[in-house]
Design a protein around this ligand. Structure first.
Ligand code: SAH
Length: 421
C-alpha cells in the first residue's frame, strides 16, 4: 500500500504481542512456514490480523491511498466504468464489484458520478458488490456508503455477510471472496488490493530454486527470522518459471488465482477489470516490506502492528489472465489520470473554488497523485477486457454504410488519449 503519512494511534499498540505469540506457537508445532502463510496470518487472521483492525487508513492510521487523497481519483474511475459499460453495448444490468474497498471512499466517489450521469445510464440497473475480508472495515464501508442502512447476515456461512442500500436506493452486498459474487455483466475495480495478497519468495541456490521460509530465531525465542528451505517445496517446484533469470523472485499465487477468476467471468459474462497498484513487469526481486506510521518497518518485527506489502508483478498477472481476455497496460497512474482528463477536471474545480486553503489543498492532492516522483510513476493501471472491446468492427457485406456512421470500437479510456470531438 502507499505508505506516505500518518502515525499509529497509541491505543493500537496494546494488544500487539498476541500475534507474535500465536505465530511462535504455530512455528514450534509445525516448523517453518512459507512467507505466503506468514503474510496471510499477519494480515487477515480473523482475530488478530492487521486488516481486521479498522483504523490503518487515513490521518490516524499507517498509510494513505489515492482515493483518500482526492475525490477526483474515484470520480475519474467512475467515468472509466461508464465508458466501459457503454463500450460493451450498454447492458441492462451493471454489477460494480470492488475488491478490498478500504474505507469505501473510492466506491462512494464512483457512485456519485454514476448518479450524476444517471441519464446516460438510462434504465440500467446498477448494484454494488464489495469483496472484503475485514468485518471492521465492512462496517466502516457500510457507514460511508449506506448511511448505516445495512444489516449483517444471520449466519456466518452466508456468502453475502452484509447487505445494505445507498441513499439513491442501489443495493450493496458484502462477500468474503470473489467466488461468492453472483455471475453477470460486471466491472471490477481493485485499488491497492493485489499488493496486500500473500506472496511466496524463492531464492536461486546451487541446488536449484528454494523457498524462503519464516522461522523462530534460535538465539532469540521471541524473534523471527528468514530461512531457506533445505529441499524443494510444492511452491518452489511449481511457481518459478523455467526460464527465470533473476536470483530471487516473489510470486503471488493467490493474486494469480483471482486474475484467473476475473478473466473467466469477463470471458463468459462480459465486462472489464481495472487493477491499480504499484508494481513492475517481472523485473524486480525483493520488494516485500512493512509500513507503520508511514515509515518502512521490518516485516518480521512486531507482526500485526504494521502493514505488509509486495509490489505487484503485472507480467505474472498477464500470464495468469490467459488468452481469454485482452490485457491493457500497465500504464503509469500519471498517464492514466491525464488520459482520463484530470487536468480539465482540476481546472473546473479550481474555477469554482475561491477559498485559498481549499485551492491549495486541491493543487497539492493533484500533485501527489500525478507527480512522477510521488504517486504518478510508482502506481500503474492494468486492465482485463472482453476481446470484443478491442475487435475491429466487421465489414457489413452488401450494405452501403455511411462511412461516418460505421461502428468503430471506442478507445479504452485511460489507456489511450481521449479525443473529444
Ligand atoms: N482499496 C482501498 C483499501 C486498500 S487496503 C484503498 O485504496 O484505499 C486493502 C484492502 O483489501 C482492505 O480493505 C483489506 O481489508 C482488503 N483485503 C486484504 N486482503 C484481502 C483478501 N484476501 N480478501 C479480501 N479483501 C482483502
Amino acid at each position: 500500500l502507499s505508505r506516505f503519512l500518518c502515525s499509529s494511534s497509541p491505543e493500537e499498540s496494546k494488544s500487539r504481542p498476541s500475534m507474535l505469540r500465536h505465530l511462535t506457537t504455530k512455528l514450534k508445532a509445525t516448523g517453518p512456514i512459507t512467507v505466503a502463510e506468514y503474510m496471510r496470518e499477519v494480515l487477515t487472521n480473523p482475530v488478530t490480523g492487521y486488516y481486521v483492525r479498522n483504523n490503518m487508513l487515513g490521518p490516524d492510521g499507517d498509510f494513505i491511498t489515492s482515493p483518500e487523497i482526492s475525490q477526483i481519483f474515484g470520480e475519474l474511475l467512475g467515468v472509466w466504468i461508464i465508458s466501459e459499460w457503454m463500450g460493451a453495448g450498454r447492458p441492462k444490468q451493471l454489477q460494480l464489484v470492488e475488491l478490498g474497498p478500504g474505507k469505501g471512499s473510492l466506491a462512494g466517489d464512483v457512485l456519485r458520478v454514476l448518479s450524476q450521469l444517471r441519464s446516460v445510464l438510462g434504465e440500467a440497473s446498477v448494484s454494488l458488490h464489495l469483496v472484503e475480508v475485514s468485518p471492521a472495515l465492512s462496517l466502516l464501508q457500510a457507514q460511508n456508503l449506506t448511511r448505516s442502512c445495512s444489516q449483517e447476515a444471520d449466519s456466518e456461512d452466508e456468502p453475502v455477510y452484509r447487505r445494505g442500500e445507498t441513499a439513491a436506493g442501489l443495493p450493496v452486498s458484502w462477500y468474503r471472496r470473489l467466488d461468492d459474487v453472483p455471475a453477470g455483466f460486471s466491472i471490477f475495480v481493485a485499488h491497492e488490493f493485489f499488493d496486500a495478497l500473500p506472496i511466496h519468495k524463492f531464492q536461486r541456490t546451487q541446488k536449484g530454486w528454494r523457498e524462503v521460509m519464516v522461522d523462530i530465531d534460535p538465539d532469540k525465542p521471541d524473534k523471527l527470522r528468514f530461512v531457506v528451505a533445505p529441499s524443494p517445496t510444492l511452491a518452489s517446484s511449481t511457481l518459478v518459471q523455467a526460464d527465470e533469470r533473476r536470483d530471487h523472485v516473489e510470486v503471488c499465487a493467490e493474486g494469480g488465482v483471482i486474475v484467473q477468476q476475473l478473466s473467466k467471468r469477463i470471458t463468459e459474462e462480459g465486462g472489464a477489470a481495472l487493477i491499480a497498484d504499484y508494481g513492475h513487469d517481472g523485473t524486480k526481486t525483493d520488494t516485500f516490506r512493512g509500513f507503520k506510521g508511514h515509515q518502512l518497518h521490518d516485516v518480521l518485527s512486531s507482526p500485526g502492528s504494521a502493514d505488509l506489502t509486495a509490489d505487484v508483478d503485472f507480467s505474472y498477472l498477464r500470464r495468469m489472465a490467459g488468452g481469454g481476455v485482452a490485457c491493457l497496460g500497465p500504464v503509469s497512474q500519471r498517464t492514466f489520470l491525464k488520459n482520463m482528463g484530470i487536468d480539465t477536471r482540476m481546472q473546473v474545480l479550481l474555477r469554482s473554488c475561491v477559498d485559498p486553503t481549499t485551492r491549495k489543498q486541491l493543487i497539492s492532492s493533484y500533485d501527489m497523485l500525478t507527480n512522477p516522483i510521488k504517486m504518478g510513476e510508482r502506481f500503474h493501471f492494468f486492465s482485463l477486457l472482453h476481446h470484443s472491446r478491442l475487435a475491429k468492427p466487421k465489414k457489413t457485406e452488401g450494405l452501403k454504410l455511411d462511412k461516418k456512421k460505421s461502428p468503430a470500437p471506442l478507445p479504452v479510456a485511460g489507456f489511450t488519449e481521449l479525443s473529444i470531438s
